[in-house]
Each structure stands twice: as structure tokens, then as C-alpha cells.
Design a protein around this ligand. Structure first.
Ligand SMILES: [Zn+2]
Ligand SMILES: [Zn+2]
Length: 449
């Protein structure tokens, strides 16, 4: 079957947002708006005026509700992003980010579950309106990298997730649409696979679909909806026997030699790897001294491939390099394979809606280039979009230049377009049952061109 065109996918949504179909509830809506602290005016004449303005602004169309709430929230979201950027925390230690983000979501009247599903820094913010309806999931990442801080821009993702959730809450309550918004604070994306643990424990079970954005290098005013690679991380430890390196080296079993033999084998293996595969890592050790034969050495190693199936084959070959080095040196070896991150399968229906929104409403370009980076959202794999932020030359993710770029106004502005784009994508699905069914039934994913 020929895939539908963008026009077909989005007609009825971005061809013209529906006006609120609950005009009979005008008075109730006005009272509801009035009841929020934000909207409470000083005198009754002023009150009537403000209610009328709010009523017209917020009930003209759900799209306008999203845009006006995000206009209002913009400075607050910037402060939130900068606060997290200024307090970088590594995987599973995101306590400041957790507390700051939870406080923000509480202020916006979400129900909070802290230490969600047994993970100390995971949290869930939920808002329900009416009974039944669709369930929208969103992720806010929080972790930074050791020494280089927010070099992956997760501060922008965190603020963006909050913005999407609050904007959708406003849509549900203002336009009387039943549904639920679940924002997850997801720890440990850089290592540890926080989303995979949450997935295994059921955090995503209830969601009809799930959205998030991720910053990356690229042209200003551009987005990418391509895939990411699957990655397998190995933690390898060699144990040998220490000895005096001058007096009796033959009494030693050299764990450092084992690590470097493994490193050499892995380097040789690269020649037989596909250009789309990756192999990289570091060697570490405890209490090494140049005149003592090292009795321990560790490798932290990662391999990547475009799909999880390809990754499994590559991971087996890499494992043999570790084992061979132990055999050659007489060391014992302990090999731990961490939770693999799967490649990302972006839902084609959601990706098309998002592309259409950011292209037509915000003048952005959208590409479908696959990235050699990886994410634990691959395992969740409903829909993710990447936002390109301006950065210094050669300053992509995981560099100090990107840390700097993640704190700029330009980066924030780009993240806010992603926020609007994703909130409007969710709105489109909320309003259009046919599209919702198409999205649910679709196993089609975005393919790179
Ligand atoms: Zn990241
Ligand atoms: Zn990263």
C-alpha cells in the first residue's frame, strides 16, 4: 500500500484546528479558568474582562491554548533548564534535578510519585481529566556526563518535557477533552538505562504513545526524525597476580597485558566491521605502579550497530576478544554485559505529524538521517524527535562545546519549538480518532533517506 502523503496524514488537524465543540459549557469553562490562581483578578469588572479574554484566547482553538500557555511558560522553562544545567548530576544521582522538576510540576497541579518504581531519582507526574480518553506519555531526561556536565543537553529535554505536559494539561481541561498526561522523570540515559528499568517495571504500560525530544548538533532551524544505533556496553575485569617487575616478573600474571591484548584484538576487529558499526572504550586500573606487575585491569567497552540484531552478532565477536586475552595471559576474566539499548523505531504517523507541524508552523527543516548515537528510548520506541541546536564547529554531543551550547538562548528557543511541535502532535492525535487508530496499528517506522 502506498503510504499516505503528509497532507493526508494531517488533514483536519493542521489544515485547520477544530474550534471547541463544547460551547454549551462556556460558563463552566470560564469559571474553571477563573478558579486558577493564575487567572484570579482583583475586582469584579476586571474579573469579567479577564474571564472574557481568557475565554476567547483559550477556547478559540486548542492549538491557541497550547501556544499561549507555552508563551507564558517560556521564561519559567528557561529558568528550569538553566538551574539543571548549573547543577550537573550523573546517572542515578539526579537528586537536584528530580526535586526541581517535581516542584515545578507540583506547582502546575500534577499528581507526583517520587522514587518511582523503586528508582530513587525517577519520578512520575500525572494529570487526568474526565474518564477514559487517550494516555499521552512524555519523558524528561536529567543526567549529565562526568566532568563535562550537560554535554548532552538533557537540561533542555527536562524543561521541554515539563512544557509539553503542562500545555497538554491546559488543553484537556480547557477544551473538556478526557485523557491523561504522564510525564516521567527518567534517570540515567548516559549509562544505566533508566528508561529500560522503568519499561521493565511497567512505567510505559498505560501510555498510548510517548514523546520526547533530544538535542543534537546540526544546522540551526532543523530537526531530525531518523533512528539511532543499538548499543551494548561491556564491563570487563581481568585479575592476575602482582609481582616485583624487576626482581621476579615471571612470578606475575599481568592483567594490564590482558587488557591491552584485548584492546589490540578489538582494534584489529575494526577492519572487519561494517562502516555503520562502532567499537570504543577505555582501560582503567587500581593501584598501578610502574615497577609492580599489575594484578588488575578493567575495560569499559561499547559496541554499536544500526539494529539490535546486527549488534548481537557484533557483541559475540567482541566477547571473544576479551576471552582470548585472558587465555593468552593466564588471567581470569569477568565479563558483564549491561542492558542493551535498542535502535530507535520512530512511529511513522507521529513523525509525519511532527514534521508537518514544525515545517509549516515554524519554518523548520526536517531530515531523516540516522544517528550513530544511542538512547535507552530505543527500547521504548514509540516516537522521539531530535532537535538541532547551534553549537561550535566539531562540538557535537559529549563535548565541552556542547555543554556551552546547551545553555544558550538559541538552544532554548530550539527546544521550545520542539516542545510546541510535540504538544501539537499530541493534540492532533487527541482530536482525531482515525489518526489515533492509524498510529496504533502502524508498525511502519521512519527510514533514513
Ligand atoms: Zn543524551
Ligand atoms: Zn548523551
Amino acid at each position: 500500500m502506498r503510504p499516505k502523503t503528509d497532507n493526508n496524514q494531517t488533514v483536519g488537524c493542521f489544515g485547520g484546528f477544530r474550534l471547541c465543540s463544547h460551547l454549551g459549557g462556556r460558563k463552566n469553562q470560564a469559571q474553571k479558568i477563573l478558579a486558577t490562581p493564575r487567572a484570579r483578578p482583583a475586582s469584579s469588572t476586571e474579573q469579567d474582562k479577564k474571564v472574557t479574554i481568557l475565554f476567547h484566547n483559550r477556547l478559540r482553538s486548542p492549538k491557541k491554548t497550547i501556544n499561549s500557555i507555552l508563551d507564558e511558560l517560556q521564561p519559567e522553562l528557561y529558568t528550569l533548564s538553566m538551574a539543571i544545567h548549573d547543577h550537573p548530576e550523573i546517572a542515578f544521582q539526579e537528586r537536584y534535578a528530580r526535586d526541581t522538576l517535581i516542584a515545578f510540576m507540583r506547582r502546575h497541579e500534577f499528581n507526583i510519585t517520587s522514587e518511582y518504581l523503586g528508582l530513587e531519582t525517577a519520578w512520575r507526574a500525572e494529570y487526568s481529566y474526565g474518564s477514559g480518553g487517550k494516555v499521552i506519555g512524555i519523558n524528561s531526561e536529567m543526567d549529565a556526563l562526568k566532568r563535562i556536565g550537560h554535554a548532552c543537553g538533557h537540561n533542555l529535554i527536562a524543561a521541554s518535557g515539563c512544557g509539553i505536559a503542562v500545555a497538554l494539561k491546559a488543553v484537556l481541561e480547557t477544551h473538556d477533552i478526557p485523557g491523561k498526561v504522564i510525564l516521567l522523570g527518567t534517570p540515567a540515559e548516559e549509562c544505566g538505562g533508566g528508561k529500560i528499568l522503568l519499561l521493565q517495571r511497567g512505567a510505559y504500560d498505560e501510555m498510548d504513545f510517548c514523546l520526547m525530544s533530544h538535542p543534537g548538533p546540526g544546522h540551526p532551524h532543523s530537526f531530525d526524525i531518523g533512528s539511532t544505533t543499538a548499543v551494548q556496553t561491556f564491563e570487563v575485569e581481568y585479575l592476575g597476580t602482582g609481582a616485583h617487575a624487576g626482581v621476579a616478573p615471571w612470578e606475575g600474571i599481568n592483567a594490564l597485558d590482558a587488557a591491552f591484548l584485548a584492546y589490540s584484538s578489538l582494534s584489529v576487529l575494526r577492519q572487519q566491521m561494517k562502516p555503520t558499526h562502532r567499537s570504543h572504550g577505555i582501560v582503567e586500573g587500581r593501584d598501578w605502579i610502574s615497577n609492580v606487575i599489575p594484578d588488575n585491569a578493567r575495560l569499559r567497552w561499547q559496541v554499536r550497530a544500526p539494529t539490535y540484531d546486527e549488534l548481537s552478532v557484533l557483541a559475540d565477536r567482541v566477547r571473544k576478544c576479551f576471552e582470548a586475552a585472558a587465555l593468552a595471559t593466564g588471567c581470569t576474566v569477568k565479563i558483564d554485559q549491561e542492558l542493551p539499548y535498542y535502535d530507535l523505531k520512530n512511529n511513522l504517523v507521529l513523525a509525519r505529524i511532527f514534521s508537518r507541524v514544525v515545517q509549516t508552523k515554524y519554518g523548520q527543516s526536517v531530515t531523516t538521517n540516522d544517528s550513530a548515537a544511542s538512547t535507552d528510548f530505543g527500547n521504548v520506541s514509540y516516537c522521539v524527535t531530535s532537535v538541532a541546536i547551534p553549537t561550535e564547529p566539531h562540538g557535537g554531543n559529549h563535548t565541552p562545546a556542547f555543554t556551552k551550547a546547551s545553555a544558550t538562548k538559541e538552544a532554548h528557543a530550539a527546544a521550545m519549538i520542539a516542545t510546541r511541535g510535540l504538544a501539537l502532535t499530541a493534540l492532533c492525535i487527541l482530536q482525531n480518532d482515525e489518526l489515533f487508530q492509524e498510529m496504533k496499528a502502524s508498525s511502519a517506522i521512519v527510514r533514513s533517506t
